[in-house]
Design a protein around this ligand. Structure first.
Ligand SMILES: [Zn+2]
Length: 324
């Protein structure tokens, strides 16, 4: 299968030529292929996630075992190990015990072949949802292990999706490539300067009229406030991948400037991640949290001020058309 999008050098956006072990641009930049997966990271950048360093080392270490058949039976071992990290603390009891892949419901209308980019896809749960919903899917993540797992899961589920190891701040795609850019539980972990650089990149790779839908943590959310008092107090988060809370006004201003007119939608209350599609997988006490969150989300459609108390929000930005 041909890639649904062309790749460019993430440093200078020059054309990339694919050799047997690496991709290279006319400017002399080289990006290794690990089991055929392009690893388009910049070695001299301070990473957004510790996985970036690991990915570069692994890619340079050379090919591993058969990329698509490892873990072909049952649930992929990488997904078994990371489910609480990718889906949230409410899924902790499922680590090592998954019997099915928790595939969420995509919060977008069904697609008709539109090109969909997920940033920070990990093992690809949203990519699977988007592919099943009719989009042509490209997923990127800084972790080679996650991207290798995403390829295996897509293969196992019979879903078509294309995956690359790449950095959200240096997207390896030409301008105006995508109809949709989606991201969940990624930019809420970025340092704000890194998130802003990434928002500029999202604006760049979206086609005019295209849509970005990014999940973020709201500083005024009820549980956000509690967590901030308890864990962060007044200090700035220092660790990589700490949660950074944004105010609705800040999100709207920054994304409007960098992508296009932006509105906020509620994702959930009290926690940052659980999906109602996964209710059956959750213990009873958590189901109540998810159901209450869903009910409040519906009410917020009629009572917009309630959005300000949501813990998890989507910022939805429409890329300006010609001249924007
Ligand atoms: Zn280059």
């Amino acid at each position: 299968m041909d890639d649904p999008v062309s790749l460019v050098c993430p440093r200078d956006r020059g054309e990339l030529r694919r050799g047997s072990a690496a991709l290279s641009c006319a400017g002399g930049h080289r990006y290794p292929l690990a089991d055929g997966i392009p690893v388009l990271l910049l070695a001299n950048e301070v990473p957004t996630h510790a996985a970036c360093w690991v990915s570069l080392e692994e890619a340079q270490a050379g090919p591993g075992s058969d990329p698509l058949t490892t873990g072909a039976q049952g649930i992929d071992p990488v997904v078994q190990a990371v489910v609480a990290a990718t889906c949230g603390g409410l899924y902790r009891h499922l680590v090592g015990r998954l019997e099915t892949y928790p595939i969420p419901e995509l919060p977008l209308p069904p697609g008709n072949g539109e090109l969909f980019l997920e940033i920070g896809c990990n093992w690809g749960r949203w990519c699977v949802a988007a592919a099943r919903s009719g989009y042509r899917v490209v997923g990127i993540d800084a972790s080679l292990e996650a991207i290798a797992a995403a390829r295996r899961v897509a293969h196992q589920l019979g879903v078509e999706a294309t995956y690359f190891v790449a950095d959200a701040r240096h997207l390896p795609f030409p301008d105006g490539s995508f109809d949709i850019v989606f991201s969940y539980s990624v930019f809420q972990h970025f340092a704000k300067t890194d998130a802003l650089t990434s928002f500029d990149e999202i604006g760049r790779v979206l086609r005019p009229g295209g849509l970005a839908k990014l999940q973020m943590a709201n500083v005024y959310g009820a549980r956000s406030i509690w967590n901030q008092l308890r864990e962060h107090r007044i200090r700035e988060p220092r660790r990589l991948f700490d949660i950074r809370y944004w105010s609705p006004g800040e999100l709207r201003d920054e994304l409007s400037r960098r992508v296009g007119p932006t509105a906020l939608e509620v994702d959930g209350f009290f926690t940052l991640n659980p999906q109602s599609a996964d209710l059956e997988l959750l213990p009873r006490r958590y189901r109540l949290v998810v159901r209450t969150s869903e009910a409040l989300r519906r009410v917020s459609g009629r009572l917009p001020p309630l959005r300000y108390a949501a813990d998890s929000v989507y910022a939805v930005s429409r890329r300006a058309r010609a001249g924007g």
